[in-house]
Each structure stands twice: as structure tokens, then as C-alpha cells.
Ligand binder design. Sequence first.
Ligand code: P6P
Length: 328
Amino acid sequence: MEHSWTQDNLESLQSHILAEEQKCLGATGEFTWIISAISLATKAIGNKVRCARIQDVIGEAGEVNVQGEMQQKLDIIANEIIMHCLGNRDNVGVLGSEENETPVLLRRRDEGGRYAVLFDPLDGSSNLDISVGVGTIFSVLRLSDEGSREEAMLQQGANQVAAGYVLYGSSTVLVLTTGNGVDMFVLDQSIGSFVLVSRGLKIPSGNKTYSTNEAYTDKYSQGIQSYLKWAHQNDYSSRYIGSMVADVHRVLLKGGVFLYPPTTDKPDGKLRLMYEGNPMAMIIEQAGGKAVASKDRILDIVPEGLHQRTSVILGSEDQVDAVIKHTT
Ligand code: P6P
């Protein structure tokens, strides 16, 4: 697995996607067009995140979003940046954002709008003022020909043509899958490009680490409580950052299991299916791991709404199965 670039192995996100597209018969390059918009938007967002406190865009915007959560100033800025960059791509028909109650309709299918892009523009933004890693999560679907564009975007996660996230952490890392494995890029500020650092990531098994907000233990099901008790008695360690992109990135690289199960006050779970659960589930499965809602595969869930929530248990197969063993 390559971990750094030199003059003879430098590969950018752009060249990598173009090379991948060549492998797809009949590829038209339109897919690269979307990924390049995401690359541009996330570079801009990363800059805003790094300068947030200097430019005084830290903190709450004073508005509550469709999720009932207090919007951070940077949530709005990040959303506007992505909307602008993707809105310029003439093959994007509709956008779905955590920050927008309804889908943003850009172009009809007969005008070339063949794709839907769904995203959480700045996940974990409540951590911004303490400089903890936050991220952008995205999911790309090809719009079906039936029904309205709103209906056409509500597809099972198994239909995603691409999924990924950008983690604005100690470095700006882009993790991407287009259905042929998981690749990781790091933004090299000196050349302004995401450069390929790891190809074909596989999630390690055997890491006895779980990641969940243990303050909710009494609100979890008996099965999850039984799993946590078993883990405490079997030398597990716990890691929880409270920013999904950071927690999932650690699980992807190190193994273990991330759990955001239903609680008594959030019986459907907190995380959103279309732009958090599905993209992360595709990445984890493409890396050889497992991603379930309670026990059913997340990517098989038939969505009913853009902002519907889901339970999330994802990680290496052995560690997810250890949870399922206690909950069924
Ligand atoms: P809690 C951030 O607000 C977020 O949506 C995810 O990034 C994160 O995994 C989760 O919520 C944390 O939720 O309830 O533990 O604060």
C-alpha cells in the first residue's frame, strides 16, 4: 500500500478517477466531473475550517436546521460552497443536504440531470470550536427514470455509484469508493491536490475497540447493554470522538466497531440514512467490513424520506458480529 508520493508515483484524485473510469466500459467522464466538484468544494471548506476562529465563523448561526439542531455558522457556509460547486455540474439533477429540508432540484433528466448527490456538508460541526476533526460526507446516486426527481433519489444505499467523506483533521483526508474498493487521498497544500496515499484499503479485524456514547447506556436496548457489559469483561477499549467522520475513519484504518444504536428517546437512531448511514456503509463494506441497522444490512434499507434516521453498527465483520450476537 503506497503511503507517500514521489515524482514517479504521484497520482492525483483527478488522474485516479479518470483511470478508474477508463475501466468502466462506456464511461463518459461525467462521473469525474462530479468528483472534481466535490474535491473543489471540500478544499474550500477545509480552508474555512482552518481559518474559522480567525475569520470569526466559529459558533452558532442562531438558526435551527431541519434536524432540530442549532446550525453552526460553518454549516451554512459549507452547505453554500457545496451547492455552488455541484450546481455548476450539468449532469447533476438534484441535491439532498442535511441543511435543506427539501431536495434542491437543478435539472430535469431530459436536461442532462442524471445524478443525485446527497451530503452532510459539515458533520460534527459542534466540535469546531474545540478543533476536533469534522467532515463532509457524500453519496452519489444515478437517478432512476421513474417518478419525480425527489422520488428518484430515494433509493437503497446498495444503488450508490460512489460514496466518500473528507475529514478535516490534522490533515485533510479524502476517502472514496466507486464500487471497486476504497482509496484514500491526502490534500497536499503545496500543490493544492488530493494525492493518492492508499489504494484498496481493507479494515483490520481483531481490534477489540468499540466506539459509542456510553452516556446513553441506560437508554440502549438490553441487547446493546449486554454487549457493552461483555466488552467490559473481555478487555475491550473504548474510543469515541463524537464526530462520525473521525470515528468511522479510525474504525476504517484500525478496525473495531462504531455503534449509534436506537435509544429510548431516539427509537430510530440519530444518524441519517441517506447521507450518513449509506455512504459510510458502502465504504465499510467495500473495505471488507460490515454495516447494519440493528441486524439488517444498512444498504438494503428502502428509504421513505430524505432525512430519515437509522441505527448504525459498522466495523470489521468480527466486531460487528460480536454486537449482533448479543442483540438477536
Ligand atoms: P452524540 C454529530 O452531531 C453527529 O451527527 C455525528 O457526527 C456523531 O457521530 C453524532 O452526532 C454524535 O452524537 O449524541 O454522541 O453527541
